[in-house]
Write a protein that binds this ligand. Structure first.
Ligand SMILES: [Zn+2]
Length: 58
C-alpha cells in the first residue's frame, strides 16, 4: 500500500494538486485549509470537489 507523504502539509498552505485549471488549463494548487483549488495562471478558484468530479468525467 502506497502512502502519500506530503512534506508541504505543515509548512505551506498550498498543496500542489494533480489537476488542470478548467478555465485555462494551468496548474491548480489545492488550498488545503478550505478545500479549494486556485489556478497559478489565471487565479480562478474552484472547490476541490468540483475539480475532482470534472477530472473523473473527462
Ligand atoms: Zn487557470
Amino acid at each position: 500500500m502506497a502512502e502519500f507523504d506530503n512534506i508541504y502539509s505543515e509548512s505551506d498552505p498550498f498543496v500542489r494538486a494533480h489537476f488542470d485549471c478548467m478555465e485555462c488549463g494551468g496548474r491548480l494548487w489545492e488550498y488545503a485549509i478550505q478545500g479549494q483549488m486556485v489556478c497559478e495562471d489565471c487565479r480562478a478558484v474552484f472547490s476541490s470537489g468540483d475539480v475532482f468530479d470534472a477530472q473523473v468525467e473527462a
